[in-house]
Design a protein around this ligand. Structure first.
Ligand code: AMP
Ligand code: MG
Length: 356
């Protein structure tokens, strides 16, 4: 029998070894592409929008940076479109028109939703306080603060005039011709826009990868994308309104949904030792004084955002309304009173159990 010569054997060996290496590398590449997101490794992204830092922590089979950029771009789009005080935004147009203004479907739905929330909270959440908020200087607050502040307390007659041209009941919607008329009030969606942006962020993340997990944090609100490592709770601290930013008055354990806090420490200025903050009581046009922070846990991030503002405004005195009405909309409340007493709705305690 004819023996293969040694050169042929060596070439054959090289082909075999080479093929094994190539197959090995291809398998690793496929593994990394397909399964990298499922190992539970998180990628972090940070940027700045709505006058606050946002953080996205995500594990996804789609490139996390692609998902995060898409979420961030959506937030930027909403910031621009619904900025009450910048010319060119749809809200600015509405607020400065004497007549009906035709709007797109998203704007009609958002304003309609804002009015619904105003009715649910008996006007504590009022999306038509733009003139009062502007008078106090809380429009473009971060920018003003960076420029040196110089905030002044408006006079009572200025507040009265601004209040006379405020109030959600003045807004009219024509659903057939898709038009809105503000009748002199200024719409300010600052109390619900972050929540809406978080809702859109969640939708975008799930469109890229329904199994992605992590969270999006924007200022005082978090939207959970999925449990930690796909199984565990995220531990969220409730900030101590009179402590340092890293001090907490409580902790909750969440696998889904959203948590939002409105606090008097977020945007404020001090004149003659008095703190004037950005959460306005629509009844008198003054910073609400019945709470120092309000936290809501709710599956829906828009409800969490709106109801945290409303619970703050309703405060300690109207607590019985808050604790009765808010859970019927799926919102559980944690309120810190001016004397730092903590009031909670019955089911809030469920979220405080670490072994949920
Ligand atoms: P948040 O920090 O989410 O509670 O939202 C606060 C923002 O909501 C403020 O900066 C204002 O733009 C707006 N706002 C203040 N008071 C009210 C109110 N009573 N109802 C609705 N929006 C309000
Ligand atoms: Mg809010």
């Amino acid at each position: 029998m004819q023996q293969p010569d040694t050169r042929e054997i060596m070439t054959l060996n090289r082909i075999v070894v080479g093929s094994v290496i190539v197959i090995f590398l291809v398998v690793i590449a496929i593994y990394l592409l397909v399964f990298s997101g499922k190992t539970g490794q998180y990628s972090d992204f940070e940027d700045y929008v709505f006058g606050t830092y946002i953080q996205i922590r995500i594990s996804s089979k789609v490139n996390p940076s692609t998902v995060s950029k898409a979420i961030f771009n959506e937030m930027k789009r909403l910031e621009k479109k619904y900025d009450t005080y910048s010319e060119g935004s749809i809200i600015y147009q509405l607020n400065h028109a004497d007549d009906w203004v035709e709007v797109d479907d998203e704007t009609l739905a958002l304003v309609d939703l804002a009015l619904k929330y105003a009715r649910q909270t008996e006007g504590a959440f009022d999306p038509a306080l733009g003139r009062v908020i502007d008078l106090w200087g809380f429009s473009k607050f971060t920018q003003r603060e960076a420029e040196g502040g110089n905030f002044t307390v408006p006079t009572l007659s200025e507040i009265r005039d601004a209040l006379a041209n405020s109030g959600y009941t003045k807004i009219a919607i024509d659903y057939v011709s898709k038009k809105i008329k503000t009748n002199g009030v200024w719409i300010d969606l600052g109390g619900m826009l972050k929540g809406y942006a978080l809702k859109r962020g969640y939708q975008i993340a799930k469109e890229y990868d329904p199994k992605c997990h992590g969270f999006i944090q924007a200022g005082g609100q978090i939207m959970i994308l999925g449990p930690k490592y796909n199984k565990a709770n995220w531990v969220v601290g409730i900030r101590d309104p009179r402590g340092q930013p890293d001090e907490n008055v409580g902790f909750v354990y969440l696998k889904e949904g959203s948590i939002a806090t409105s606090g008097d420490y977020e945007r404020f200025f001090i004149v003659d030792g008095v703190r004037y903050h950005h959460l306005i009581d629509p009844k008198n046009g003054l910073p609400a004084s019945g709470a120092i922070s309000a936290t809501i846990i709710c599956d829906d991030p828009v409800t969490a955002d709106v109801f945290s503002t409303a619970a703050f405004v309703l405060g300690e005195k109207t607590w019985l309304f808050t604790r009765t009405a808010f859970p019927t909309y799926g919102a559980e409340v944690f309120l810190v009173t001016p004397k730092q007493k903590i009031l909670k709705t019955d089911n809030f305690a469920l979220y405080e159990q670490a072994d949920r």
